[in-house]
Design a protein around this ligand. Structure first.
Ligand SMILES: NC(=O)c1ccc[n+]([C@@H]2O[C@H](COP(=O)([O-])OP(=O)(O)OC[C@H]3O[C@@H](n4cnc5c(N)ncnc54)[C@H](OP(=O)(O)O)[C@@H]3O)[C@@H](O)[C@H]2O)c1
Length: 392
């Protein structure tokens, strides 16, 4: 090496000195060895090599004009392309936290540069989306699980007109209790037995609830049907059963709400991001919902799709008694989910994944976590329990 720019100390510095070519220069940028007054092994300098210590602070203090002039020369040569930048990765300043995380986990090569080029978006503390008490909120899948918890959350926040739908309507276990609680919170509630894939029924429902007095403000699409199995064992029918309520349902809801300033909020799953051999149709359906939200937003229509991590207390996992097993990988409560949903409505997000994960544990099941798309949340070496509540 003709030049070693060194900022290592101790043994590592000594080893770096040994790689100098005859006549080479060892430029010490680090302070530790200098201020600790450590010894330098001189043998590697024997072949006409030299050792330079550079301390920018004292340079600027002792020879300010000279330093400025040297810096100008360097800048000029950089502009002319005479000096090329070292290997580096540029982060816009609004992603400075990611840059620090990269450094923290030593996942960078070369320099990490924070760029002030381009507009810096100002992110204000999100103001919760306002609830217009006169407006109507429709929750499909709102009679159980997460949908029911979102309905309660909306009522607590002041929603006065709630329409809940699912195939079983009032026959859904717990429906009567739910309606009673919502009514106590001051909401007037309608319940309909509607299959979200039935275009006529859904159109009729929306026509019924979307009135001049109580216009429809938001549709929350919280439906789920699972047929977990290996891909080769799935029949068309079983795949359709999983895909239809999510995809056909969302297409229908999109058509009926587009251009009307009605928000469409759909629920995907983290499974669509990490993959799962037994839930291929479910992952495909969820990815469709994410694409739909992006498409709607691009065309000026309000939409949010959230890929949830495992949810405790309510919904499929809690009902099927899977909380203990899946809980070891990390879960969020329905209250946390509702609060996060509000935050992302306020930020006008199109797609977000929200969950709490023990990455070390999860990576044992999901090799995809080691792929570059997860590099910002899942360091390449994960050890120990590392739960994170993450909005991606
Ligand atoms: N629970 C979790 O940990 C978790 C994790 C990730 C994502 N999610 C997502 O969160 C959403 C809610 O999940 P959940 O666990 O709360 O499920 P859930 O308790 O099983 O609720 C799903 C609801 O969807 C309704 N539904 C199913 N098919 C329908 C159809 N064709 N038409 C109308 N309604 C239909 C069901 O009612 P009927 O059977 O009466 O129709 C039920 O009320 C889903 O989109 C799911 O993918 C949940």
């Amino acid at each position: 090496m003709d030049v070693v720019l060194n900022s290592l100390s101790g043994e590592a510095a000594a080893r770096s000195m040994e790689v100098l070519a005859p006549g080479g220069r060892f430029v010490e940028l680090g302070k530790v060895d200098l201020y600790a007054n450590r010894r330098v092994i001189l043998r590697p300098l024997a072949a006409n090599a030299s050792f330079h210590a550079v301390d920018l602070v004292s340079l600027l203090r002792d020879d300010f004009a000279g330093s400025v002039s040297a810096l100008r020369t360097v800048a000029h040569r950089v502009r002319q392309g005479q000096y090329r930048p070292l290997l580096h990765q540029v982060y816009p300043v609004q992603r400075v936290d990611e840059a620090f995380r990269l450094l923290q986990h030593s996942r960078h090569i070369g320099k990490v540069v924070i760029s002030l080029d381009g507009p810096v978006p100002v992110r204000m503390n999100p103001v919760l989306p306002s609830i217009a008490p006169d407006e109507q909120y429709l929750v499909i899948g709102g009679l159980s699980g997460l949908g029911a918890r979102v309905a309660l959350h909306l009522a607590k926040r002041g929603t006065r007109h709630l329409a809940l739908a699912g195939r079983r309507g009032m026959e859904t276990p717990g429906a009567a209790d739910l309606v009673a609680r919502l009514t106590t919170l001051g909401a007037s509630v309608t319940v309909d037995a509607v299959d979200v894939t039935d275009a006529v029924a859904v159109e009729q429902l929306i026509r019924k609830i979307d009135t001049a007095e109580h216009p429809l403000r938001e549709v929350i699409h919280s439906v789920l049907h699972l047929e977990d199995d290996e891909l080769t064992r799935l029949s068309d029918e079983r795949m359709r059963a999983v895909l239809a309520p999510k995809i056909a349902g969302a297409v229908l809801l999109d058509r009926l709400t587009r251009q009307r300033n009605i928000r469409l909020t759909s629920y995907s799953s983290m499974n669509a991001w990490v993959g799962s051999g037994h839930q291929t149709s479910y992952a495909a359906a969820n990815l469709f919902l994410e694409a739909l939200a992006r498409h709607r937003r691009r065309h000026g229509n309000d939409a949010l799709t959230i890929a949830w991590g495992t949810i405790s207390e309510a919904g499929y996992v809690a009902r099927e008694g899977l909380t203990e097993t899946l809980g070891q990988l990390g879960m969020i409560t329905p209250d946390e989910a509702c609060a996060a949903q509000d935050r992302h409505h306020a930020r006008h997000t199109d797609v977000v994944a929200i969950g709490r994960y023990d990455l070390a544990h999860l990576s044992a099941f999901c090799p995809s976590l080691a792929t570059p798309r997860f590099s910002l949340i899942a360091p390449s070496t994960i050890s120990g329990t590392d739960y994170r509540l993450t909005d991606l």
